[in-house]
Design a protein around this ligand. Structure first.
Ligand SMILES: Nc1ncnc2c1ncn2[C@@H]1O[C@H](COP(=O)(O)OP(=O)(O)OP(=O)(O)O)[C@@H](O)[C@H]1O
Ligand SMILES: [Mg+2]
Length: 255
């Protein structure tokens, strides 16, 4: 289980997270939605200890992330797979080496086992046979899918996906949604997915949380969420992006 309690985070004078309180249940898929620039990626980075809170606490399976030293953090991060919003591949390595990297760090895998796992994961994201390509030879969507494949190579207990389907076509979005759900069936995995796609959100979510203005303004099961009266939630559900006068601007990615 992941718990954020009253998490505050500022960058310079910008107060981004203003008391985020959120419980991520184990073995389920939680989708975080919200306007662009509201702190969704920052929230996700807190969960894996890439960013530390100014105030408040982040607990993962009872461990307070702020109490970990460098070595502790490295150990801690082994429970996670993370799909970064902008793929974050190693540009100087082939696709094969990018995917093999976490397995080599993990240790104890033969080259044959690595090759098999890499092939399986690439196949799962619809990219068979691109092992020898360099990231610069791939399209943005392909890089994104290689990033997903890499996050899944170690079969971690917790998977964090930062907009895994943004920029992908509907067929590929569907395939990635199915993959996120299929990972869940292999064994119980705690998944946190950032999305701005309404259909995709309702297809995969066990729980939905809306972040806006640096706080969680609504969280619950999809059915409860659908009945929410919160104006920002309503706008997300109705797929409208235009704000009414006086409302905070809603970014076009909310469409
Ligand atoms: N390392 C950082 N240094 C300074 N400012 C940062 C840093 N990381 C995030 N921010 C700021 O915090 C705010 C929230 O950023 P974040 O990336 O979490 O938004 P987001 O909700 O993920 O948006 P999007 O939907 O566009 O991805 C932004 O204004 C961003 O500029
Ligand atoms: Mg983001």
């Amino acid at each position: 289980m992941i718990e954020l309690a009253e998490v505050h985070k500022s960058f310079g004078r910008q107060h981004v997270l203003r008391g985020v309180t959120l419980t991520i249940p184990p073995g389920k898929i939680t989708v975080i939605i919200g306007p662009s620039g509201t702190g969704k990626s920052v929230t996700l980075r807190h969960m894996i200890g890439l960013t530390q809170p100014d105030r408040g606490r982040v607990l993962v399976d009872g461990i307070n992330v702020a109490t970990l030293d460098r070595r502790g953090l490295t150990q801690f991060r082994r429970r996670f797979g993370m799909v970064f919003q902008h793929a974050a591949l190693f540009d100087s390595m082939t696709v094969y080496e990018n995917l093999a990297f976490p397995l080599r760090e993990d240790g104890g895998h033969t080259e044959a086992a690595i090759r098999t796992r890499v092939r399986e994961r690439l196949q799962a994201v619809g990219l068979s046979g691109i092992e020898e390509k360099m990231p610069s030879e791939l399209s943005g969507g392909m890089r994104k899918r290689v990033g997903i494949a890499r996050a899944l190579v170690l079969q971690p207990a917790i998977l964090l996906y930062d907009e895994p389907t943004t920029g992908l076509d509907p067929l590929m979005t569907d395939a990635i949604d199915k993959l996120i759900m299929a990972m869940q069936h292999e064994r119980p995995i705690t998944s946190v997915v950032i999305s701005h796609d309404v259909e995709s959100t309702f297809r995969i979510a066990d729980q939905i949380a809306m972040l806006s203005g640096g706080r969680i303004v609504e969280a619950g099961a999809p059915e409860t969420f659908r009945r929410s009266g919160h104006p920002i939630v309503r706008r997300f559900l109705e797929g409208r992006s235009e704000g009414t006068p006086g409302d905070p601007a809603i970014d076009e990615t909310m469409r």
